[in-house]
Design a protein around this ligand. Structure first.
Ligand SMILES: [Zn+2]
Length: 108
């Protein structure tokens, strides 16, 4: 799977905080474990930074879910900034995870 394709996929979804679409230039691919990709995206409008985990399988329609409730958005908005350690922790946690997962974590 090509990183450029992942970025274009991310650019088709909207910021969970303000609804602005992400731009390819504001998206970073952090890494992937099999079909599970980790990305960070910076909203060009409200500058909320989102950590995204997306399941993107070869030959399948990519799926990114942005289904956070308002309460979840408020919680992430007030959470501390995502660090590299957080991403590594999540990566390690998900190594043993074999189900489909599409989650979006947003915070400023
Ligand atoms: Zn935004």
């Amino acid at each position: 799977m090509e990183e450029g394709l992942i970025k274009r996929l991310m650019a088709s979804i909207k910021c969970g905080v303000c609804g602005q679409r992400y731009e390819v230039d504001n998206i970073n691919v952090l890494g992937h474990h099999q079909d599970l990709w980790f990305l960070s995206a910076l909203c060009p409008a409200c500058h909320a930074r989102c950590l995204v985990a997306a399941v993107i399988g070869e030959g399948k329609v990519p799926e990114v879910t942005t289904d956070l409730t308002k309460a979840e958005l408020d919680r992430f908005r007030n959470a501390s900034r995502v660090t590299t350690d957080d991403v590594l922790d999540m990566h390690n946690f998900l190594k043993g995870f074999d189900g489909d997962l599409s989650r979006l974590f947003c915070q400023e």
